[in-house]
Design a protein around this ligand. Structure first.
Ligand SMILES: [Zn+2]
Length: 52
């Protein structure tokens, strides 16, 4: 039995899965879609998570 852990996506640099605990800000793009910035603990940098 596996538990579904909500994640933001993966780090574009190291491909680590970023959980919601790393979310910094959410914003709305001009086209209405949702964008997010998260802090990657591996890269020690702010990244835009990519969906898996
Ligand atoms: Zn990373």
């Amino acid at each position: 039995m596996s538990e579904e852990i909500p994640s933001l996506g993966v780090c574009p640099r190291c491909e680590r899965t970023l959980g919601e605990e790393w979310l910094l800000i959410e914003y709305e793009r001009a086209d209405g879609s949702r964008g997010q910035f998260a802090e990657c603990p591996e890269c020690d940098a702010v990244v835009a998570p990519e969906s898996e």
